[in-house]
Design a protein around this ligand. Structure first.
Ligand SMILES: [Zn+2]
Length: 401
């Protein structure tokens, strides 16, 4: 142990090979006769009693019959990394509970070391994971960072089966090429075995899915359609608010602080927000009509029969197209254009949970937001797999958390 001013600074553990046990070849793990010894190396181990702890060891080289003179297999080490596997696993597990920066601070190491540890952990998991029995996937786009450039979007592929919901793949951008890359990474066996594919109305995805997963039932799911509707209502409100403010203050008051209320389901609005909403609905404002259209649409999801659901959709689009509200008209045109895929929701009834994509989506947002500390795209991608991939983990003889 090294101390400074009477306080412990670091612990060093000196390791020596057991004289009676031969080193093993790092390629084939077979015992082999010794050759020579290399200079001493250092590996960071898990801090003991909160004190930085290092292993010191001079690795042997062995002469393997098959692989020639090679470095011996070192059980606590992986390649040239200056950190023990135990420490990498330790940091990686903590990095799911704390931000990476905090993990580095608490365990007296660098952000870079945490990053490398999680990367190692995730790589191991990705190599070991099994992609069997995947029946349903959801494809989605996620926005991250600032701005709306192509690079600010991610394409994610989830498994959304009831027994397993996880992130399968993530890639930069949201083009056809991105999704093709993702499906290729999953492999033809996974893609051919799919029964259901769930996605947004984003055209590049629709095209790729039709071409590559045409055998699966393609569903445009409830979560995405609902969020498009909410956006349409919000557009109407913002436009009207600007218009009213230009005319004079009083009418504009009625639209103030209503943004979140309007996005909520009508049955969930209570108390003072409800009073405000009722006042709005009694008015002849465009926002009230848009909200009412949105609210009516929620009946759509309760149909049991595809035919009746189709009839309702026609009726709703007819009304929306006559509403003189441009965002709602646009929504109606979009729904009409994708009618067969939207009605697939009823054909897949019971097989796809409306909450699956939404739930994973929310979790992704938590990670990308914590990502304030992620300096690069790669770091964030690794963090997403780490938190949402349900990856298998390397065995560790030391479980610290
Ligand atoms: Zn060998």
């Amino acid at each position: 142990m090294h101390c400074r001013n009477g306080r412990p600074q670091s612990i060093e553990i000196l390791l020596d090979p057991h004289g009676g046990i031969r080193g093993r070849c790092s390629q084939c793990r077979q015992p082999a006769p010794g050759y020579d010894r290399l200079p001493e190396r250092r590996w960071a181990f898990v801090p003991l009693w909160g004190i930085r702890t290092d292993f010191r060891y001079a690795p042997r080289r062995v002469e393997c019959a098959e692989h020639g003179v090679v470095v011996e297999h070192i059980p606590w080490s992986d390649g040239k990394r200056p950190v023990t596997c135990a420490m990498m696993g330790f940091l990686a597990r903590w990095a799911r509970r704390l931000s990476w920066r905090e993990t580095a601070r608490v365990f007296q190491t660098s952000w870079e070391a945490v990053y490398r540890s999680v990367e190692w952990f995730v790589q191991w998991g990705l190599e070991q994971r099994e992609l069997r029995d995947i029946k349903s996937i959801g494809v989605d786009e996620i926005h991250w960072g600032r701005g709306l450039r192509a690079n600010n979007f991610l394409t994610v592929i989830y498994q959304i089966d009831a027994q397993c919901r996880r992130l399968l793949w993530v890639g930069r951008r949201r083009s056809q090429a991105t999704l093709r890359r993702g499906l290729k990474a999953l492999g033809p066996e996974v893609v051919n075995g799919l029964s259901f594919v769930c996605s947004d109305m984003w055209k590049p995805y629709l095209q790729v899915l039709a071409a590559q997963a045409g055998h699966a039932l393609h569903v445009l799911d409830r979560f995405h359609i609902t969020s498009h509707l909410n956006q349409a209502v919000d557009q109407v409100r913002r436009a009207e608010s600007t218009r009213l403010r230009a005319q004079g203050k009083q009418a504009a008051e009625r639209l103030k602080h209503l943004r979140w209320t309007l996005l909520r389901r009508g049955s969930r609005v209570r108390g003072r927000a409800r009073q405000k909403l009722n006042t709005l609905l009694a008015s002849k404002l465009a926002t009230a009509r848009a909200w009412e259209l949105k609210e009516t649409f929620s009946h759509f999801w309760h149909y049991k029969s595809v035919i009746w659901a189709g009839a309702f959709l026609d009726y709703w689009c007819f009304r929306a197209l006559r509403s003189r509200l441009e965002p709602m008209k646009k929504m109606a045109r979009m729904l009409r254009a994708h009618e067969p895929l939207i009605l697939n929701w009823f054909r897949a009834k019971g097989e796809i949970s409306s909450g699956a994509v939404e739930g994973l989506n929310n979790k992704i947002r938590v990670v990308t937001r914590r990502s304030y500390g992620f300096r690069t795209y790669n770091a964030m991608e690794i963090a997403l797999y780490h938190n949402l991939g349900r990856l298998p983990e390397p065995e560790s003889t030391h479980r610290f958390c």
